[in-house]
Write a protein that binds this ligand. Structure first.
Ligand code: SAM
Ligand code: SF4
Length: 326
């Protein structure tokens, strides 16, 4: 049972840990000019990560997602996965990646204990994928997804950010893709961040459009489990795969919030769009600080707000999602 509950009755079994702010892609909505290193201190090391995850697991957290930036750029990722997977109480170790290194790296991650894979793939068309991400790497990403299925990973999900005028006409191709593949594609509404305001105005599309198309094509919405995250899931008897919708601007989105975040520099972030971080790193340097670390996490959770202020254009501290892990 999670001891991590907030003042609104929500509990938090799920941690998203960013491993790096660096990225090798230039997604037009996230890092259009690529990652710019700023010379600030290094990202969390394996021993700091081990102390952090042990503390969260003692508080009942059992699912850890590794993200970034691009987490596969960490040379010690196999070791990080193995470390996290061995913490008592951790049941799921997931990763969110742009997928271009999957063919080379996935077998090692799988051996290290990875249980779930999310791959970002904004288009099934090679030239569009290239235009959106700045890299012509769709073939490697597709190869990686096939490999994940061949390895028998428990869960494979694909993330596509819905972009008006850029990829919003691909639902028929996605449905064909899902006919024989037991994967879930999540369409994510574009979120406004500190750096992408004009882009957001041009390309944000309300995900209701996709919901309407799904219902018209005979897809039906699954009942949500009580502990489900914020995605609405749709399925169809003729398709092995499913489609999820993540609509952060929808009413009640934050009511289903079940996750906390820690940045690559060790700040606890209570909300993706919150306006403050809580430094945990000073308490990750020695096992002797475990009591203080547990106290800091549980006390600070009391400050978690009921919801984000995105509707009012408040993007908090977040210039782009690479800075916090999405
Ligand atoms: N680099 C990895 C990747 O792309 O999968 C992990 C980090 S990335 C920030 C995590 C997720 O956030 C990706 O699926 C990405 O498409 C999504 N994302 C980034 N910026 C976004 C935005 N402004 N709105 C919605 N989703 C966004
Ligand atoms: Fe990199 Fe992921 Fe941001 Fe794309 S969405 S630029 S892959 S961090």
């Amino acid at each position: 049972m999670s001891q991590l509950t907030d003042g609104f009755g929500r509990s938090f079994p799920y941690l998203r840990l960013s491993l790096t702010e660096a990225c090798n892609f230039r997604c037009s909505y996230c890092l259009p000019d690529g990652y710019q290193a700023d010379g600030r201190p290094r990202f969390l090391a394996v021993d700091e990560i081990a102390r952090l995850i042990r503390a969260f697991a003692m508080l009942g957290m059992h699912k850890i997602r590794l993200t970034g930036g691009e987490p596969s750029l960490r040379k010690d990722l196999d070791q990080i996965i193995a470390t996290v997977a061995q913490v008592p109480g951790v049941r799921k170790v997931a990763i969110t990646t742009n997928g271009c290194l999957l063919p080379r790296r996935l077998p090692g991650w799988h051996r290290a204990g990875l249980t779930a894979l999310n791959v970002s793939m904004d288009s099934l068309r090679r030239e569009r994928f290239h235009a959106i991400t700045g890299h012509d790497r769709l073939p490697e990403v597709l190869e990686g997804i096939a490999l994940a299925q061949a390895l028998g990973l428990q869960s494979v999900k694909l993330n596509a950010v819905l972009l008006r005028g850029l990829n919003d006409d691909e639902l028929p191709q996605w449905m064909a893709f899902l006919r024989d593949r037991p994967v879930s594609v999540r369409f994510i509404e574009l979120m406004r961040t500190g750096d992408n305001r004009d882009y957001f105005e041009r390309h944000h599309l309300c995900a209701d459009v996709i919901v309407g198309q799904l219902l018209a094509a005979g897809w039906s919405e699954r009942r949500r489990a009580a502990d489900a995250g914020p995605a609405r899931e749709f399925s169809h008897p003729d398709h092995r795969g499913s489609i999820g919708i993540i609509a952060p601007y929808s009413k009640d989105f934050c009511k289903g919030c079940n996750r906390l975040r820690v940045t690559a520099r060790g700040d606890l972030r209570l909300c993706l769009f919150g306006d403050f971080g809580i430094a945990l790193r000073p308490l990750l340097q020695s096992d002797e600080d475990q009591g203080a670390l547990l106290a800091r996490i549980t006390t600070q959770l009391g400050l978690k707000a009921a919801g984000h202020g995105l509707h009012f254009g408040q993007t908090g501290l977040t210039p782009h999602l690479a800075s916090i892990g999405g």
